[in-house]
Design a protein around this ligand. Structure first.
Ligand code: ARG
Length: 457
């Protein structure tokens, strides 16, 4: 018999039970459900809604149930729909009518809104720590390879030489935005919904602020109808996770490219690659590829939640039970990525000579020539045109930019000085870019020190 069976004559159909149950996945909320129930019953006792003795017994029994679930000594069944019903059913089984007092002034609608917030708070804190660890790993790599130079790309075409550390620190920025988005989301949803009851509040004299304090929320929700129907915070969290997954997919793509024979800039550790069942010579960057691929399921979760909530009438609708599997899966996926990614990065061997050789293409210094012309008074557009003509001249004469005489250079760049012939060095090119945020060694050093301080390395 379900706890809500009072007005029903017939037992629920078996297939229907399987269709409506959420216990198979919402059991992971048990700790939060129990924490919420303990705070709720303590408040009920303080308000004289249930006797103190009963509240004590209920809290004691809830703790026992929590321990049993943690120990795997608890049977879950589709009969009892969800985690809220399971715990309450068990409580009533143990305490009889005393246990039956717990659900006063509460509905599963505000209960689940509370549980999911408590759960997400913990998950966000765990993910935030893991993100920090990922950032630290990248900063360590940047510090270790602070002099390595590789070609920077735009349009996946060689553009200008950059420090490898500068490239790595770009990811640290991306992951930092992810970190702050998570914090921002957490702060906005840290509002206590319990006491909203089914949708309209309750006739009983509850003290919502006491529950708010006990469960460490910043405030209580202002509107009971919004509180039971709102899932914005899950959508916000999934957006933040989807953006994070997109960042990981971009970093993975770089690692995959760099590992290819064509780039050959890095080699990931054997432990983070796999072989081919057919081609004996293969070493594939599967962890990076899977991390790139997993963005798809995180995006899927976000789209699922947006679609789920679209057009829902006020207030709680059972559709909302479908919020859990996608968000659980997105959280599990992101945590899986965050567990393998830092050690994979740390396993990377960096082929600095290969990187430098690729950056040692005089064409990558063409912008430096144009900027040198600006420094001696040539308007930039004209400078750009002259250097462009020089590149064309070199191509026509089958020469490298660095292989011309000053006279030859002056055919297209009349203002060229002997110093122009010395500009075709990747390290010089990098060294000249010391503007704040540029790839110059001092600018990069400043970035490294900023992150070492802010991530307290
Ligand atoms: N298992 C439900 C969910 O996850 C709990 C709330 C059910 N409320 C209700 N009125 N049936 O949404």
């Amino acid at each position: 018999m379900a706890l809500w069976s009072g007005r029903f004559d017939q037992e629920t159909d078996e297939e229907l039970k399987k269709f409506t149950e959420s216990i198979s996945y919402d059991k992971r909320l048990y700790r939060y459900d129990i924490a919420g129930s303990c705070a709720h019953v303590n408040m009920l006792a303080a308000q004289g809604i249930v006797p103190e003795k009963t509240a004590g017994a209920i809290v004691g029994e809830l703790k026992r149930i929590e321990q049993r679930i943690a120990d795997g000594d608890f049977t879950f069944t589709a009969e009892l729909e969800d985690i809220h019903m399971h715990i309450e059913h068990e409580l009533i089984k143990a305490l009889g009518d005393e246990g039956a007092r717990l659900h006063s002034a509460r509905s599963r609608n505000d209960q689940v809104a509370l549980d999911i917030r408590l759960y997400l708070r913990d998950e966000i804190d765990a993910i935030a720590d893991m993100l920090r660890n990922l950032q630290k790993t990248i900063v360590d790599l940047a510090n270790k390879y602070r002099t390595a130079i590789l070609p920077g790309f735009t349009h996946l075409q060689h553009a200008q030489p950059v420090l490898f550390a500068h490239h790595l620190l770009a990811y640290v920025e991306m992951f930092n935005r992810d970190f702050t988005r998570l914090q921002d989301c957490r702060q906005r949803f840290n509002v206590m919904p319990l006491g909203s009851s089914a949708l309209a509040g309750t006739t009983l004299p509850i003290d919502r602020d006491a529950v708010c304090r006990e469960l460490k929320f910043d405030d209580i929700s202002r509107n009971s109808m919004d509180a039971v129907s709102d899932r914005d915070f899950i959508i916000e969290l999934l957006s933040a996770l989807a953006i994070f997954a997109m960042h990981v997919s971009r970093m993975s793509e770089d690692l995959i490219l760099w590992s290819s024979r064509e780039f050959d800039f890095i080699e990931l550790g054997d432990a983070f690659c796999t072989g081919s069942s057919l081609m004996p010579q293969k070493k594939n960057p599967d962890i990076a590829e899977l991390s790139r691929g997993k963005a798809a399921r995180v995006y899927g979760a976000l789209v699922a939640l947006l679609t789920l909530c679209k057009g829902l009438p006020m207030t709680y609708n059972r559709d909302l039970q479908e919020d859990k599997e996608p968000v659980f899966d997105a959280i599990d996926t992101v945590k899986k990525i965050l567990r393998v990614y830092p050690p994979m990065l740390a396993s990377m061997a960096v082929k600095q000579e290969k990187m430098l050789a690729a950056a040692n293409d005089p064409e990558l210094m063409a912008t430096d020539l144009a900027e040198a012309l600006v420094e001696i008074g040539v308007p930039f557009r004209n400078a750009h045109h002259r250097v462009g003509a020089f590149v064309k001249w070199c191509k026509q004469h089958n020469k490298q930019l660095c292989d011309t005489t000053l006279e030859e250079m002056r055919q297209t760049i009349p203002e060229a000085t002997p110093a122009f012939l010395e500009m075709f060095s990747p390290s010089k090119s990098v060294e000249k870019r010391e503007t704040p945020g540029g790839t110059g060694p001092q600018s990069v050093d400043k970035q490294i020190r900023f992150w070492q301080k802010n991530l307290s390395l």
